[in-house]
Design a protein around this ligand. Structure first.
Ligand code: ADP
Ligand code: PAZ
Ligand code: K
Length: 279
């Protein structure tokens, strides 16, 4: 079995993948903390031959996780943000400083769709852009839904936005504090994503395929106007592409990769931008 780990600021996600069949056998998530307890937090390591890790948690968390795993597992692969990989050049002035989850998302998105915009809705909402040809432009970081809510300190943190609620409902004025907060932060997130996507496509003169991942991907997706695909395993897709271990991965296939809708035309994106500026 292959154990894939995506350690974010809030949640540490794991999945077990069968190295022979390439099937995902199980998955889970625990709050990100200092130490892993195999058998409790993550599956028993006896069945694991290799581990692939993307981590943006504090360095100490990664160091401890890796030292625990190295004692028990043959191959431990830790992803890093590099100046170039898989045909993509990292746009950061200091490439190593780009969050590795963003880099994994960018690489997965580029493998799947060529030039693209990748959006990761987790503790932070990040947006990254890669042009056809592989130039990563850099991106945007804004607070995620949960962080925005916590920063208001109105005691509403434990009432999550229902991921099944309709975007239309969430855009209406709230008539209770929790509702006003939820609708406010939702509006902040989706209007930023919509605007940034359109602005960058306009600046660069190209309509890019759009991919969305992260714990809040489903709810944010409902408010995104441009055609897009939700890909919960996008960070794992980057790990598969960087460290291919199964036959399917060596052939360039990433688990759970969605079919990506064609973007609308650049003219339509520009018309939408012009319209929003008139208002
Ligand atoms: N069951 C859940 N438990 C915790 N957070 C959840 C859950 N479902 C959705 N979320 C949302 O997902 C976010 C975490 O998403 P994730 O992509 O895992 O973040 P990160 O990678 O930063 O740890 C939380 O901040 C919260 O808004
Ligand atoms: C921006 C992030 C905090 C997002 O992390 P997440 O919300 O996925 O936990 C992470 O990608 C990170 O620590 N990045 C380093 C800074 C940067 O990318 O510029
Ligand atoms: K994120």
């Amino acid at each position: 079995m292959i154990l894939d780990l995506d350690i974010g600021n809030t949640l540490s996600k794991w999945r077990l993948k069968d190295a022979d069949s390439s099937e995902i056998r199980s998955r889970g998530a625990v709050w990100t903390r200092e130490e892993w307890r195999p058998g409790a937090d993550i599956p028993d390591l006896d069945v694991v031959e290799s581990v692939r890790i993307s981590s943006v948690a504090r360095q100490a968390v990664l160091a401890r996780t890796v030292s625990l795993l190295r004692h028990r597992v043959g191959g431990v692969h830790v992803a890093r943000s590099t100046p170039e990989a898989l045909g993509v050049t990292n746009g950061y002035e200091e490439p190593a400083r780009l969050g590795v989850d963003r880099w994994m998302g960018v690489l997965a998105g580029y493998q799947l769709a060529g030039g693209c915009c990748s959006v990761d809705c987790g503790s932070a909402i990040t947006m990254d852009f890669v042009l056809p040809g592989g130039r990563h432009l850099g991106g945007y970081i804004l607070p995620g839904l949960r962080l925005m809510k916590e920063s208001l300190q109105l005691g509403t943190r434990n009432v999550a936005i229902d991921p099944d609620s309709e975007a239309d409902e969430l855009l209406e004025p709230g008539v209770r504090t929790v509702e006003a907060v939820n609708h406010g932060i939702y509006m902040a997130a989706v209007s930023a994503v919509n605007r940034i996507y359109s602005e960058v496509c306009d600046q660069q003169g190209v309509a890019l395929p759009l991919l969305v991942t992260g714990g809040d991907a489903r709810v944010v997706s409902r408010g995104i106007q441009a055609p897009h695909a939700v890909w919960p395993d996008m960070v794992y897709g980057g790990l598969e592409a960087c460290f291919p271990l199964t036959a399917a991965e060596r052939a360039g296939r990433m688990s759970g990769a969605p079919s990506v809708p064609r973007p609308v035309s650049l003219e339509k994106i520009r018309a939408g931008l012009a319209f929003s500026m008139l208002l």
